[in-house]
Design a protein around this ligand. Sequence first.
Ligand SMILES: Nc1ccn([C@@H]2O[C@H](COP(=O)(O)OP(=O)(O)OP(=O)(O)O)[C@@H](O)[C@H]2O)c(=O)n1
Ligand SMILES: C[C@](O)(CO)[C@H](O)COP(=O)(O)O
Length: 395
Amino acid sequence: MVKLNTIAVIVAAGRGARAGAGGPKQYRQLSGRAVIARTAEAFLAHPDIDGVRVIIHRDDREEYDAAMGPLLKDKKLMEPVTGGAERQDSVRLGLESIVAEEPMRVLIHDAARPFIDEATITRVINALDTADGAIAALPVHDTIKREDADGKIETTVPRDALWRAQTPQGFHFDKILAAHRAAQGKVLTDDAAVAEEAGLVVALVPGSPDNMKLTQAEDFGMAETLLGRKDNQMEYRTGHGYDVHAFEDGNAVMLCGVEIPHDKKLKGHSDADAGMHALTDAILGAIGEGDIGDHFPPSDPQWKGAPSHVFLEKARDLVAQYQGKIVHCDVTLICETPKIGPHRDRMRAALALILDIDEPRISVKATTTEKLGFTGRGEGLAAMATATIALPATE
Ligand SMILES: Nc1ccn([C@@H]2O[C@H](COP(=O)(O)OP(=O)(O)OP(=O)(O)O)[C@@H](O)[C@H]2O)c(=O)n1
Ligand SMILES: C[C@](O)(CO)[C@H](O)COP(=O)(O)O
């Protein structure tokens, strides 16, 4: 069994009663994407997280599958398990569900905090080197009042040592598992409180003001505003890719992930999918990551006959590492035959699935060269692509 040193447990079994109508908040859309998909992706993309377990309500499996979409294929994503009546129950059941994996560390996170960022996750993980637990939190800046039974101020609470707890909350796995088992029957609102009950040492690390929990209906409006602001903090880069493969005897060509019956095949070291190669280069170009040959040298025998989705997935993952977003891709296939039109929709669907973006963000076009040049003579096929990538703005 491959050892999963650090597992993220994302609790998503709540009903979201305070968020009002519209179903459980983790399955609602924020700028066209489900809350749970945004949350899970942050952990799936984190280089120090080895596995992600989502805890769902027993009635929600269909909604979960639909919301996660292409993320379901992520190798780090574990099968979801069913949660309990309270958040604390869901966390405990989540921890019990990963006992067999024997992780060293676990990060517990609310599905309802979709703006969690890589740096906050890293701070929590790193703090576990010197403490039993560590939570993301923010110092309190407002003056804090305690009210009396009549709704009047009883006292002003000194705020110097007060922090607002967020998630993720990270722990040494065996310690928090034991603490949660011992805390059954007590009502505790976060996992740090469970750890405190057990006498564990829990550190505070800076969270992020953006890492809000969607709780009330109005929080969704604030979240949309935040996403708009985040979009404004992005810069847009465009990359270009070009690829050519010669035809040879065969019975099918592979283009943009779709096998098209033909009286020839494309010659190449890999499966010779020129469309995917051009698109891979376009994405790599936009993020300044060289070209396909830098990452997958043709001299390396391991890539012989390789399916080209491997190359495109690498480009996609690099974009994620840069905290970027693929905004749009446009592929043009240049050939007399085969006819591309009948296969365009399937090509768009295949590329969208690999890149984990919506189909309208992918375009596949085709043209001939009016029988001129090598493509016109049917000696080979060319592909051009552009990719537009949003990246966090630099100075
Ligand atoms: N029985 C529960 C209750 C809550 N949660 C999860 O714990 C996180 C934080 O809880 P909260 O914001 O209170 O969510 P809900 O319980 O869904 O909200 P409400 O209390 O308004 O119903 C959420 O991601 C929620 O899905 C859970 O997994 N199991
Ligand atoms: C764990 C938590 O996110 C810390 O702020 C929070 O306590 C969970 O939400 P709830 O509304 O208290 O259930």
